[in-house]
Write a protein that binds this ligand. Structure first.
Ligand code: NAI
Length: 468
């Protein structure tokens, strides 16, 4: 049997950081070192001021405070961390390819391959290599090939251990996971490696929740889980438009269907569209894999989830324009929220970016307030789309210091993220300082529409039929 005493995690991002912090917290006898190529990110993780950690997650700062420099270390010395470790987690980003064959669909595995080559080069002792990143099914085969052909003759055993945490609730999800999935080879070495990783998780996760499978099932399960989750959002969003046209209320419909135990109540909230770094890229990846296997019907089925999500973001933007008398040119629109969901500072693929892009093309001016997002990040996100020169984005979008300033003299407010604090603002004060009629477009269905209407707002909620 193997006992894991020293872990190296490559990639200090939204997954690597919280995941390893929780392992270090739950297993004080394991030394965990998180490494990254990005020296600034490592410096931020080592910042004495815990409000400046690169990842915001409720409860994370406390865990970092308890473990950092005890048995959790952040370092840029990748080689040393690999050399010392018995288990190496690969937790680097796997974005959609932006060039060449499979552009816009396939996962770009160059970061993964770099990790494999570096591990092979440095390793002098046998290693368990754990795929923590979300990877296309059969990546373990390629990893093994690289490791075995370029290594120093040490043995590498590959496991797949995809991460199911959700941003915004990462710490809770890691402490109390629905399941931990570990896939590995059928061989004796594979079985021993699986057991070693089971022993790590079983320090705090009940054994019944630790699922072991063959490696391909594990790889494919992560892509499948994200496809299912995104599909639910697109399904309820597709119904939201039907509700608006028929007088049904999507929140009532969601409640009614969600009480069916076969359907379940979670992930049935209509919204302006899903965002985040994973759903779109993982479904595109699934679609690409299906297409490259000649499974065109399978590919089309899942691609529709993304096509619909793009449509929903566009529909929300168009509704704003149509309601504001068919033009937003020169009008100020205040955005409440920029992060892709509440309780995170992550903005990747946020619906807010696409709605802003659409409104900017219609010559609107946008002021944003988000409790956790900086002006620099907003400009970065907009420039990434390459829709217009950076100066035009700077001219068109600014950050409000507080929500009241952001909404001042706005023609309309659009709620793009479901932050709890938005509900509790002094909406009378906001109303008094806005242009009239004062429009509110609730893209998340969180506001008390009745109270807002009594103040004088003209409210439009996704999935509700009439302008209340
Ligand atoms: P991220 O972009 O936040 O972090 C990745 C880090 O890896 C970056 O800091 C980057 O500098 C570093 N990196 C890249 N190549 C490297 C190399 N060769 N050596 C050292 N460091 C390197 O990405 P995130 O969000 O943590 O995602 C990582 C993986 O986990 C992805 O495959 C993603 O699909 C998956 N995942 C993400 C979830 C999320 O909620 N963000 C949830 C579950 C899985």
């Amino acid at each position: 049997p193997i006992k894991i005493k020293n872990i190296c995690c490559i990639g200090a991002g939204y997954v690597g950081g919280p995941t390893m912090a929780v392992i270090a917290n739950q297993c004080p006898d394991i030394k965990v070192t998180i490494v990254d190529l990005n020296a600034q990110r490592i410096a931020d993780w080592n910042d004495a001021d815990l409000t400046r950690l690169p990842v915001f997650e409720p409860g994370l700062a406390e865990i970092i405070a308890a473990t950092r420099n005890r048995n959790l270390f952040f370092s840029t010395d990748i080689e040393q961390a690999i050399a010392e470790a018995d288990a190496i987690f690969i937790s680097v980003n796997t974005p959609t390819k932006t060039y060449g064959s499979g552009k816009g669909m396939a996962a770009d595995l160059k970061f993964i391959e770099l990790c494999a080559r570096q591990i092979a080069k440095v390793a002098k002792t046998d290693k368990i290599v754990v795929e923590k990143s979300t990877l296309p099914v059969r990546t373990a085969e390629a990893l093994k090939d690289i490791l075995e052909h370029t290594g120093n003759g040490c043995k590498f055993t590959i496991l797949s251990n995809p991460e199911f945490l959700a941003e915004g609730t990462a710490v809770q999800d890691l402490l109390f996971p629905d399941r931990v999935l570990i896939g590995g080879e059928e061989s004796l070495a594979g079985k021993n490696a699986i057991q070693a990783l089971v022993d790590v998780y079983s320090k705090w996760v009940p054994e019944a929740k630790i699922l072991t499978t063959n490696i391909w099932s594990s790889e494919l399960s992560k892509l499948s889980a994200n496809a299912f989750l995104a599909q639910r959002v697109s399904s309820i969003n597709a119904l939201s438009e039907l509700c608006e046209e028929t007088g049904a209320d999507v929140q009532e419909v969601a409640k009614a269907i969600g009480m069916d135990s076969r359907i379940g109540s979670k992930f049935l909230k209509a919204s302006v569209g899903f965002g985040g770094s994973c759903f779109k890229k993982d479904i595109l990846n699934l679609v690409y894999i299906a297409k490259s296997l000649g499974l065109n019907e399978v590919a089309d089925y899942w691609e529709q989830v993304i096509i619909f999500n793009n449509y929903q973001m566009k529909r929300f933007s168009e509704k704003i324009i149509k309601t504001l008398y068919n033009t937003v040119s020169g009008k100020k629109i205040a955005f409440l929220g920029w992060a892709f969901k509440k309780d995170t500072n992550d903005t990747r693929e946020s619906a807010a970016i696409y709605v802003a892009d659409y409104l900017l093309s219609e010559q609107a001016t946008i002021t944003v307030y988000d409790p956790k997002v900086s002006e620099k990040q907003i400009q970065y996100d907009l420039n990434y789309l390459e829709s217009r020169p950076a100066v035009a984005n700077i001219r068109g979008v600014s950050l409000g210091l507080d929500p009241y300033e952001a909404c001042k003299e706005a023609h309309a407010i659009a709620v793009l993220t479901e932050w709890d604090e938005f509900v509790d603002y002094d909406w009378q004060r906001i109303y008094d300082n806005m242009m009239k009629p004062a429009f509110v477009f609730d893209g998340r269905g969180i506001l008390d529409v009745k109270a807002l209407s009594e103040i004088g707002f003209v409210c439009s909620v996704l999935g509700k039929s009439t302008m209340v």
